[in-house]
Design a protein around this ligand. Structure first.
Ligand code: ZN
Length: 630
């Protein structure tokens, strides 16, 4: 395997990472069982009842519903959809551990490394832009503009706002000797021209850095200065890159995360400046979409932190349309969605210039639930005086429901249909029929279902679902013993070879355990997790470890007196069962051979007689042994 980072390095990163803190960065965890466990909504399946458990003592997590599980590396791999190497680097960086270099400038750097250099370039550019805004004489206009918008120095510092001068090669020049134009281009900091040359992407703009959840800059939003005649519009948003996906990144989330969790509510604004203004005013559970409408991925991200969402829109037509789209996205989600439109079509900064922050909080708390909001809009448009008008309102509302993904058969559907039936005075079956009609019209444009997780190994899933054959049970138990008491590995190893296991994945796991015994330290769960980068094996290892704890295998091993060699009785019994199984198998082979030989054409010879004797003896021994074993 090329270029493996050492297990010691992995172990260092692991010991410096607290899984509870790490998971808390993505979902809200609650402590249970006196702090021995934490639970939260699993991000890997559609979870309504917190099924994810995080175990601080073991530093592992596991979902009881979808069976995902693993350690800190698995968590990052699944959350960020990255390979092991990148997960390791992410966690190393998070823990401020220097990553061993390996010829980063070599042309054949793998993808993980390429992303790392994008992050490095963006972080560097962020510093350049920010410093320029604070100090450069030519950034005076930009500073005045931000002051004019009411942003304080503290806010500018917190959000690391920046300025890029109106030049085609300012950033390229400063990057010389640090980052190649190709890396800058991949980071979308510069663009490649037709003639092959490069040019700065952001020119003469105030910059709003966009951070990912971990607080790494991934892109910038640029705003032109008033009076400038910059082509390209007032706002100039960064392009997508390997590290920036508009449809899933929420501006401000890295700053808002804790406040969102605390309030169990998130306020979503349309623009960066709205979001920053609210933060500055003291409301910190605020994020913004980055120049796009709210997407399914945004909703997913939001749901991980809070179940109450307030969308703040300017009360104009565009805002209403955006609210319509958002409504369809939220309908089938277990999210309480409210729409806040500020009076006189004001945006949040305008509103805050005239009113106190308390007033804003009041309005946000009283914002109508989205269904009500939508109903009010439809009612105002069509009125409810005639059957025809009521039908139009009905159609408008049902069209939204028909467009909502995953809505059919959702409990919420029944409640909403009942609500419409009552208010529009149609029977519930009429309402339901109409919804079916609208839905069948729309089925032609069904969206494909995105895969939630990397496809799981069916054999492992079967084990975890409790569909265990007698063989599986025996083999799992052996591994449970190893995990519960790694010091017994020598006993196991001297009597059992991996090939004795019939389930290939369990065999792989035993092989790893054996490799780990060579240095005398024993196969602890963490060492096993470090020794493999295979997600499925890790998932299996965490599950086995869980089983061992649930069955209290450690206590079973301590029960009774150990043999003269010090091997616990419980383990000895397990090893004996393997021995029996092996012998049984060889006797079965003999029986098959005998039946082939005794098909009437051959006389039973001496050798065959010996085999037959052996077989009989085996069955006798097994009968006696079963008597004493049980
Ligand atoms: Zn799950």
């Amino acid at each position: 395997m090329p270029d493996q980072l050492s297990n010691e390095f992995k172990e260092t990163v692991r010991t410096r990472t607290d899984l509870v803190a790490l998971v808390s960065e993505s979902i809200t965890l609650a402590s249970i069982a006196g702090g021995r466990e934490f639970r939260g909504l699993c991000p890997f399946h559609e979870d309504h009842d917190p099924s994810l458990r995080v175990y601080p003592d073991r530093q592992t997590y596991r979902c009881w519903a979808c069976n995902s599980g693993g350690d800190c590396f698995t968590w990052v791999m699944e959350q960020e959809r990255v390979e092991f190497r990148e997960a390791l680097e992410i966690l190393a960086r998070r823990a401020n551990i220097e990553i061993p270099r390996r010829g980063r400038n070599a042309g054949d750097a793998p993808a993980g490394d390429a992303k790392t250099s994008l992050y490095d370039a963006l972080q560097w550019a962020l510093g350049e832009f920010h410093q320029t805004l604070l100090e450069a004489p030519f950034a005076e206009n930009a500073r005045n503009y931000l002051r004019g918008r009411g942003f304080t120095d503290a806010t500018i510092g917190k959000f690391k706002l920046g300025f890029s001068p109106a030049s085609w090669d300012w950033l390229i020049g400063r990057a010389r000797g640090k980052f190649s134009p190709q890396v800058l281009a991949s980071s979308r900091l510069v663009t490649q021209k037709q003639n092959g040359g490069f040019a700065d992407f952001f020119r003469g703009r105030v910059l709003f850095p966009i951070f990912n959840e971990r607080g790494q800059p991934v892109s910038f939003g640029g705003r032109e200065l008033p009076g400038d005649d910059a082509s390209g519009g007032k706002y100039w948003n960064g392009s997508e890159s390997a590290v920036y996906h508009k449809s899933s990144v929420l501006f401000g989330l890295n700053f808002a995360r804790d406040a969102i969790k605390k309030a169990n509510a998130v306020i979503v604004t349309e623009g960066y400046t709205d979001c920053i203004a609210l933060h500055q005013a003291g409301i910190e559970n605020v994020v913004a979409t980055c120049g796009t409408a709210l997407t399914d991925d945004h909703v997913k991200t939001i749901k991980r932190f809070a179940r109450n969402v307030v969308l703040v829109y300017d009360g104009d037509k565009a805002g209403r349309e955006a609210a319509d789209k958002a409504l369809a996205r939220f309908l089938a989600q277990d999210v309480d969605l409210r729409i806040l439109t500020l009076p006189h079509n004001q945006d949040p900064p305008e509103f805050l210039a005239e009113h106190s922050i308390e007033k804003f909080r009041e309005l946000a708390a009283a914002a109508p639930e989205v269904w009500e909001y939508k109903f009010a809009v439809a009612r105002d448009r069509h009125k409810l005086d005639t059957v025809d008008q009521r039908l139009r309102v009905l159609d408008e509302m049902l069209t939204l429901m028909a467009a909502a993904p995953d809505m059919s058969h959702h409990v919420r559907e029944g409640a909403l249909l009942g609500n419409l039936s009552m208010r529009l005075r149609f029977t519930e079956s009429q309402v339901r029929e109409r919804l079916q009609e609208l839905r069948s019209k729309g089925t032609a444009s069904k969206r494909p279902v995105a895969a939630e997780r990397t496809p799981a190994d069916p054999a492992i899933d079967r084990l975890m679902c409790g569909q265990l054959s007698g063989d599986d049970k025996l083999e799992c138990e052996l591994l449970e013993i190893l995990f519960a008491a790694p010091e017994t590995a020598a006993f196991v190893k001297s009597d059992i070879v991996p090939q004795d296991l019939r389930q290939p994945r369990l065999r792989d796991l035993l092989g790893i355990c054996y490799e780990l015994t060579t240095d005398g330290n024993g196969p602890t769960l963490h060492r096993v997790l470090d020794a493999t980068e295979n997600q499925e094996l890790k998932r299996l290892a965490v599950w086995i470890d869980d089983q061992a704890r649930m069955k209290n295998v450690r206590a079973l091993l301590d029960e009774g007196t150990a043999g003269t060699d010090g091997c616990p009785r419980f383990l000895r019994r397990s090893i004996e069962q393997f021995a029996w199984r092996r012998e049984e198998q060889s006797q079965e082979r003999i029986a098959v051979e005998l039946s082939a030989e005794g098909d009437g054409t051959h006389r039973i010879d001496e050798a065959a007689e010996a085999k037959l004797r052996q077989l009989t003896q085996f069955h006798q021994r097994r009968a006696t042994s079963k008597g004493t074993r049980n």
